[in-house]
Design a protein around this ligand. Sequence first.
Ligand code: PGA
Length: 303
Amino acid sequence: MAGMRVTLGQLKAFETVARLGSFSAAADELFITQPAVSKKVRMLQEEVGMPLFEHVSKRIYLTDAGELLRRVCNEWLSTWSNFEQSIADLQGLKMGRLTIAVVTTGKYFVPRVLGPFCTAYPGIDVAMEVVNRDRLLERLARNEDDLYIMGVPPDDLDIDSDPLIVNPLIVVAPSTHPLASRRRIRFEELADQKFLMREKGSGTRITVERLFSDRQVPLNVQMELGSNEAIKQAVAGGLGLAIMSRHALNTLTGSDHIVELNVQGFPLNRHWYVVTSRGKQLSVVANTFIRYLHDHVKLLEPE
Ligand code: PGA
């Protein structure tokens, strides 16, 4: 029994014969020949190992085994037809699930597109995880989400990364800072400033550290803080300068006490990428969301 091999076609043939009480009527309904129906039923019977029909004076009746199979068959066929319906719905995007993970800074812009996307596809259930780059890489390695949005894609994982929009990195200072009114500040002058840095594992932090080391300018770290919000508050409070995505600056509450410095080479235009595991079969929903993101990049731009 364990190795029983039956096909959906055999089950359909059997169910039709059982329902109509005739091989020829079943053949007509299924648009196949009568010998084809008989063959399917015979093969099914061989797999089951017991007769499914008995012929009594030219009429056919279900045996006990046939009766049992008919019940199971009805359940299978109805489950299968539900499945076919669900697939059709999915293709029509009437339902589905999308799980995305975005880096910390992504929370400032990805939700702006989620709103209209959810309105356009109300049957799609969206879950968005917000984590820093390190946590996001762990999720990516474990294949936990449909797609990822990040600024510094890894080069040691088998992924596809597709640039989405520009991620302008800027230098911010309290509005009372002496450099706030200066123009064309040289990058080297930043060596004299104290910086507030994101936590280890942050993509922004990796970028800032690489930048200073590439330019061979010492980076003077005043304090490490675990979020963009904490950094903005600390900058406003005069604790130091910071380099962050312009996306993170741009919040609904405004940031009156913080200004963008005019440093040569800034804004440093990097990108936000849509990252997917190479070889992962993306769902219809995930592909639709990716297309939607690209078609609505305007919504994502910092104001
Ligand atoms: P972060 O990542 O928000 O963890 O700093 C940003 C990035 O990946 O560039």
